[in-house]
Design a protein around this ligand. Structure first.
Ligand code: NDP
Ligand SMILES: O=C(O)C1=N[C@H](C(=O)O)C[C@H](O)C1
Length: 268
């Protein structure tokens, strides 16, 4: 049985993750972590997630419960994720990271830590999105430079980072298939006299509102036709189930940086 710690237990994803761990075969909740000053400290994690009492109290310090879990799952915020990464590295525990919006320095820390302990990092743990990434690579490689590509994403009003981690992964997938470096070709805003579109550019458009769980469309605009490849998430269980699957997969694997495509065997 793999014992899992859920970091960010009181959040939208944290609650879905506790429920997913509880429902998963081969996994059990070992610990639930929130901010040390959170009003949730001491409450029962199962009751918090609406799955009934589990006898796991919410704790404010991952290091203090290192003997109660094998793999941690972190869906919090970048600074908290990096702090939890340092604890997992020091204690030799695996970490599954769902937090998006990491900057380049934070990503470099993640790469460095993964030399010492196993880390799975993905901007989206749903199976559907990871299959969509393969479809995008196929479409981009087939269209080549004959189309203009833009990514449109919509999320709930509480989301704090933009573009979404998923949109960026989609951009990386099409850029990679086309031999482009996303850093060189990404366009994150258009306003005023922009001039005509450059074929090599990959544009990102962001919508925020209501309770939208996650909606991503990649447009391939050609002459006389266009293709849209869209993924719509209608609940958070698909992200949570994927992250728990990744945690079970990670247990016992060698130290390295993995992503959800490794977990699903989608890397060619
Ligand atoms: N990869 C994927 O498949 C997915 C990724 N995400 C990403 O996951 C992250 C969380 O999303 P969501 O659940 O909606 O956000 P929430 O704000 O609902 O949840 C984040 C939780 O983390 C807590 N937290 C913040 N700092 C700490 C800390 N130092 N220690 C412990 N807990 C802490 C927050 O507490 P407080 O409220 O007190 O700040 C909150 O309870 C985002 O980056 C989002 O983009 C979301 C869905 C899917
Ligand atoms: O913040 C969210 O909610 C989500 N974030 C991830 C992202 O940034 O892509 C994944 C999912 O779309 C939900």
């Amino acid at each position: 049985m793999i014992r899992i710690a859920v970091c960010g237990a009181g959040g939208r994803m944290g609650r879905a993750l506790i429920a997913a761990v509880q429902a998963a075969e081969g996994a059990e909740l070992g610990a639930a972590i929130e901010r040390p000053d959170s009003s949730l400290i001491g409450s029962d994690a199962g009751e918090l997630a609406g799955v009934g009492r589990l006898g796991v109290p919410v704790n404010g310090d991952l290091a203090a419960v290192a003997d109660r879990f094998d793999v941690a799952i972190d869906f919090t915020a970048p600074a908290a994720t990096l702090a939890h990464l340092a604890i997992c590295r020091a204690s030799g525990k695996g970490l599954v990271i769902g937090t998006t919006g990491l900057n380049e320095a934070q990503k470099a820390e993640l790469v460095a830590a993964s030399a010492a302990t196993g880390v799975v990092y993905s901007g989206n743990y749903s199976i559907g999105v990871n299959v969509t990434l393969k479809l995008l690579e196929l479409a981009a490689a087939t269209f080549g430079d004959s189309v203009d590509i833009d990514v449109l994403e919509a999320h709930h009003r509480h989301k704090v980072d933009a573009p979404s981690g998923t949109a960026l992964m989609m951009g990386e997938a099409v850029a990679g298939a086309l031999g482009r470096d996303l850093k060189d070709v990404a366009v994150y805003a258009r306003e005023g006299h922009t001039g005509p579109r450059e074929r090599q550019s990959i544009g990102f458009q962001t919508l925020r509102g209501g309770d939208t769980v996650g909606d991503h469309t990649v447009f391939f605009f050609g002459e006389g036709e266009h293709v849209e490849i869209r993924h719509v998430a209608t609940n958070r269980a698909n992200f949570a189930n994927g992250a728990v699957r990744a945690a079970i997969w990670l247990a016992g694997r060698p130290a390295a940086l993995y992503d959800m495509r490794d977990v699903l065997g989608l890397k060619s």
